[in-house]
Design a protein around this ligand. Sequence first.
Ligand code: ZN
Ligand code: ZN
Length: 193
Amino acid sequence: MLPLPQYESLAAAAHGHLCAGQILGLRMAVYGLRLLGIEDPAGADRKRLVTFVEIDRCATDAIPIVTGCRLGKRALKFRDFGKVAATFCDLRDGRAVRLVARESAKQRARELHPEIESRNRQQMAAYREMPDGELFEAQWVRVEIGPEDLPGYRAPLAVCSRCGEAVAFRREVMVEGAPVCRACAGERYYTPL
Ligand SMILES: [Zn+2]
Ligand SMILES: [Zn+2]
């Protein structure tokens, strides 16, 4: 793993700016990997990890910088729970740790750096220095990941019996014995015009 300042430059380039959320996300990923004993996420341990993230905010963008887990590689999973939390799963040992950012970290940042007026800069400074335990609550968990959710899964596509679109990774549902995509089954988030 790289030192934090190096991760910060990579995160700033990927995210468009450096912010407190980026630093929090980097610290979260480094801590998660350390708890799992994963030392070389970009190299030898490249295929060991799947990460679940629970919010689509700044911190989430920073996590793949450390873990290498990306959405398009199926190693990053988004569960929209609205929480600054992530679960790091070691596929080799079947262990997983869920980290939640502590709300109290913001107050701690105010105490540590009252001299910094900008809230973002104040939190950036504090989140670089604070011990892991003040930033995050850690919880060991079990995560069941089906083969169809793992990177590298291969199976024939289904074809939706209603719209004719192809559906991968067993995301179809069976309705009266026929495969139907989730949109046609009622989960459509858009309205055709
Ligand atoms: Zn940001
Ligand atoms: Zn369909």
